[in-house]
Write a protein that binds this ligand. Sequence first.
Ligand code: HEC
Length: 200
Amino acid sequence: MGKGFVLGIVVGILLLVGCVYLYFSWGMAPVATSAKPMPFERKLAKTGLQAYLDKLPHPQPLVPADEPNLIAGAKVYKEQCATCHGLPGEPKSVVSKGMFPAPPELFHGIGVTDDEPWETYWKVENGIRMTGMPGFKGQLSEKEIWQVTMLVKNADKITEAVKKELLAGNSTPMAMAMDDMGSAPAKGTKPAKQTKPTKK
Ligand code: HEC
């Protein structure tokens, strides 16, 4: 192995790093949610996530998938997840249509019914970096995360009572945003106008 060979490798690596740098610094990398994905973006992200998850312990669910737990999960879901992941029989929300990567619809098609519960639990607890999927650690209790996990795991076989809970009340993104601010107009009604303007 001569000096030339080593030099060749070093130059090759520097060229590669340089090209990647230029790709970003010349503004060629996609930044808008509507832009085309970067080459291999999805593949690399999925492979990285899966390889990481495989190294983790795989805990058993803390709660069974019975009706009380699924109803509790439905309460969490409609408040925290529906804006992005949708509801059974409802059209996709405006928010979810503007996201990249798009949040999968968890009550349409397979959703995550084919994933192991520990995997979904981990994703809900920790979020998925640079995707818009939030981590709920510290915001939802362990039990609540398991309940919502069991709900989406069984999304294809929920009972009428669970479905009713999911669809009851304010689940439109706007109503939910209003709800977060402390005033929740009933679904279908216009938000009340501010009657008393604050005087100085
Ligand atoms: C602000 C939008 C948003 C909210 C709110 C949100 N998610 Fe997500 N979620 C996403 C996005 C985007 C992805 C896709 C990530 C990806 O492509 O890797 C995702 C992915 C997931 C996945 C993995 C899906 C798969 O196919 O592997 C699960 C499970 C999930 N979310 C469950 C939930 C639950 C449960 C909640 C509520 C407690 C929730 N999410 C709240 C945006 C959101």
